[in-house]
Design a protein around this ligand. Structure first.
Ligand code: DLL
Length: 442
């Protein structure tokens, strides 16, 4: 179902006219109300009136996460605090979090795009939605919540954690849609099996999964394990939260960007020049309707590509590929660039292993070294114990190493552990344990 036909299927020429109008308003708003932007524009003598076409967007400077940190907490807000009704913040692994403010209109607009997203994923007002994204400063829980209520789907605000209770509520409330990180959905399925419940046989039909990178192979695993259709939702708190883009259930092939709210660009992160459609690069987003924290050309750090071909679902909006990973997470192993997520694809092809994994990074002299820790499924563990434990483990190690070498062109050490050795996550999974700094300090 298309929640907002007018906006989601708008003729592209019309859409671009609308985008230009909102872009001009946003540029004027930040110029007049945020000294940081006025200062930046002034360095190149740029005035809001210079934005006469969508191409002129490229005249505008980029904004980066550090700018938000440097102006912590409210320095980039374009609305007086009396108009700010909500704050969210990213967890921030080091130092202060990045803070995002919302006016009442911002919350309404966010609810609108998330309502569109849930509808695109197969949910409708006749259904029940189990929302297992964390509620709080993280945008996942409340983002899906308001979108759910706007759509009119019965929203269960269960939040993350207490997996036993999640299962009870899924069995009793009979939701059609589940929202969580892909890794937490896997964990819920695993716990169901432990309790003797077949995860394929619940009422669930659709999953809205995001907040962390996940592969096409992980989609197959989730769909198979839970007997659902799994859709990818993308967003980031600096821009709004979940709902920037979403896959449609019709094609499950690229995430429709809510282009009447955001302008996407893909740039080469080194030259900072735009790259053609279809080429991978860093996703840059400009907000068009945000009031409290409008943001100009925000460098997301996420690697994706854009395609503007029309989709069979009827939506005319540009689609982005699933995010390959963050630039910061890219590993350079003996000169080869690789994202952790690319190894996930190889792992999921080995039947005897579970879909859970962690990568340990260390230094081997001056070079980066990677150990991929994986675990045996319960079934194969029993088999290993019954017969030749070592030969099975060595075979799995070899298979996985060869597959990673073929797919990612890097050699990694593989460590096969017993079942349930890898920590399970209730939110974003911790895939990378970076021990390189620790080694340098010692
Ligand atoms: O993760 C918002 C969100 C909540 C998105 C629920 C989807 C579902 P942050 O905590 O600010 O916001 O983290 C944003 O997470 O820059 C990406 O690196 C990553 N990310 C988010 N969605 C996806 C996705 C939320 N579908 C950061 N695929 C982003 C890959 C994703 N990475």
């Amino acid at each position: 179902m298309i929640f907002n036909e007018e906006m989601e299927t708008m003729d592209r020429e019309e859409l671009e006219k609308l985008q230009l109008c909102y872009l001009q308003k946003t540029v004027k708003r930040v110029y007049d109300s945020v000294p940081f932007y006025k200062g930046k524009f002034s360095k190149t003598g740029l005035k809001p009136a210079d934005i006469q076409s969508l191409d002129d967007l490229q005249k505008l400077p980029f904004t980066v996460k550090q700018d938000l940190r440097d102006h912590y907490p409210y320095g980039l807000f374009a609305s007086p605090m009396k108009d700010v009704v909500r704050l969210h913040a990213s967890s921030g692994t080091s130092g202060k979090p990045t803070v995002v403010g919302y006016t009442k209109n911002d919350i309404d607009n966010w609810a609108e795009i998330v309502a569109r997203s849930i509808a695109a994923s197969g949910g409708s007002r006749d259904d029940v939605m189990h929302n297992a994204y964390g509620y709080g400063l993280f945008t996942g829980g409340l983002g899906l919540h308001h979108g759910g209520e706007k759509l009119g789907i019965t929203t269960v605000p269960v939040s993350g954690g207490n997996t036993k209770r999640q299962i009870l509520l899924i069995l009793d409330f009979k939701p059609i849609v589940i929202c969580s990180t892909p890794s937490y959905a896997l964990h819920i399925a695993e716990k169901m099996k432990e309790q003797g419940i077949n995860p394929k046989k619940t009422s669930l039909e659709y999953g809205i999964f995001g907040a962390e990178p996940w592969s096409e192979e992980m989609r197959d695993t989730l769909e198979e394990e839970l007997g659902i259709k799994a859709m990818d939702i993308y967003g980031l708190s600096e821009i709004v939260g979940p709902g920037v883009s979403i896959e449609c259930v019709d094609e499950q092939n690229g995430l429709h960007i809510q282009e009447d709210h955001f302008i996407p660009e893909i740039i080469d992160p080194d030259t900072k020049e735009r790259v053609p459609d279809g080429e991978y690069g860093e996703l840059v987003i400009t907000s068009l309707k945000k009031e409290a924290l409008p943001i100009i050309r925000y460098r997301t750090g996420d690697i994706a590509a854009i395609n503007r071909k029309t989709c069979s679902c009827g939506r005319t909006t540009a689609r982005m590929t699933r995010v390959k990973g963050r630039i910061d997470d890219m590993l350079v192993i003996r000169g080869v660039n690789v994202f952790p997520f690319e190894m996930e694809r190889s792992l999921l092809k080995v039947e005897e292993l579970t879909p859970h994994y962690q990568l340990f990074l260390s230094k081997d002299g001056h070079l980066d070294a990677v150990k991929l820790q994986v675990e045996l499924s319960e079934e194969s563990y029993v088999q290993c114990q019954q017969n030749l434990e070592h030969s099975v483990i060595s075979r799995l190690k070899r298979e996985l190493q060869t597959s990673i070498k073929q797919e990612c062109l890097v050699s990694v050490d593989v460590d096969v552990q017993p079942p349930k050795s890898i920590p399970r996550s209730e939110g974003k999974a911790v895939r990378i344990v970076d021990e390189r700094m620790k080694q340098t300090v010692n």
